[in-house]
Design a protein around this ligand. Structure first.
Ligand SMILES: NC(=O)c1ccc[n+]([C@@H]2O[C@H](COP(=O)([O-])OP(=O)(O)OC[C@H]3O[C@@H](n4cnc5c(N)ncnc54)[C@H](O)[C@@H]3O)[C@@H](O)[C@H]2O)c1
Length: 254
């Protein structure tokens, strides 16, 4: 999907924009003309992503942010507005996984996953919407997962966090539907990214072996998610809000 320069003059914020799905979306926003703010915990990765965007002639900054910390998220939105004057699009993508049988999850695992995946999305929307209300416009896309839609073994706490993102997206979309702010969520199936190299896990091999290919017969790469994110961030999707767009190669159509 080509977005040419449809994001000229727009400012896009991508959390977790230093790696995987978020980095692909950040590059796509920049290629389509947006000024991009990349937020993540990893400084080196984040600066590298900004370097790649600037090397292609676009404009981007990196803001080191832990999305589970309210003061850091507030500072992130403030830095975005101080630098570029506004915030048009936000892709709340930062997330982590922990793979274990339910009975082996610890309270620390629960807090870690929920604080980043669910509380983090709430905090991001809280400060983004405050700014978007000042502008009477904005589009937010949250990143859930196919695991927030269907059951999968050995990933129950992650699925709970992602199911929460879908529910919170719908409720918030209704709340701000008359304010010029659209809020949607995407639910990607298995996408080849570094996430599985990072997750604390007891059962990653079993988890991956247990994943069946979707009807399209393959898993996806991050660029195949970006098109959906940009579409939902644009005026082209002006009557779409509160929706969960599942990007799964036909998995849930079965
Ligand atoms: N890869 C998949 O198969 C898949 C499928 C569905 C959904 N997702 C979701 O997509 C999102 C991106 O995952 P990915 O596969 O690209 O993984 P990734 O590990 O490549 O990227 C995760 C990003 O989130 C950032 N991050 C992690 N914790 C953070 C925090 N506390 N504050 C700020 N940034 C933080 C990391 O720095 C990194 O930039 C996640 O929310 C994940 O749950 C991934």
């Amino acid at each position: 999907m080509s977005f040419s320069k449809e994001f000229d003059g727009k400012v896009a914020l991508v959390t977790g924009g230093s790696s995987g799905i978020g980095k692909a979306a950040a590059l796509a926003f920049a290629q389509a003309g947006a000024k991009v703010v990349i937020a993540s915990r990893g400084v080196e990765e984040g600066e590298q992503a900004v370097h790649e965007i600037c090397a292609r002639g676009s404009d981007a900054i990196f803001v080191k942010t832990d999305v589970s910390q309210a003061n850091e998220v507030e500072a992130l939105v403030n830095k975005t507005v101080d630098t570029y004057g506004r915030l048009d699009c936000a892709f709340n993508n930062a997330g982590v996984g922990v793979l274990r049988p339910l009975i082996n999850y610890s309270e620390d695992d629960w807090d870690y996953v929920m604080n980043i995946n669910l509380k983090g999305v709430w905090l991001c929307m809280k400060y983004q919407i405050k700014q978007m209300l000042r502008q009477d416009s904005g589009a937010i896309v949250n990143n859930s997962s196919l695991a927030g839609v269907v059951g999968m073994a050995n990933i129950s706490v992650y699925t709970a966090s992602k199911g929460g993102v879908i529910a919170m997206t719908k409720a918030t979309a209704i709340e701000y539907a008359k304010s010029g702010i659209r809020i949607n969520v995407i639910s990607p199936g298995f996408i080849e990214t570094p996430i599985f190299e990072k997750v604390p896990t007891e059962r990653v091999d079993q988890f991956l072996e247990g994943l069946s290919l979707p009807p399209m017969g393959r898993f996806a790469d991050s660029d195949e998610v970006s098109g959906a994110v940009l579409f939902l961030s644009l005026g082209r999707s002006s009557f779409i809000t509160g929706q969960n767009l599942i990007i799964d190669g036909g998995y849930t159509a079965q």
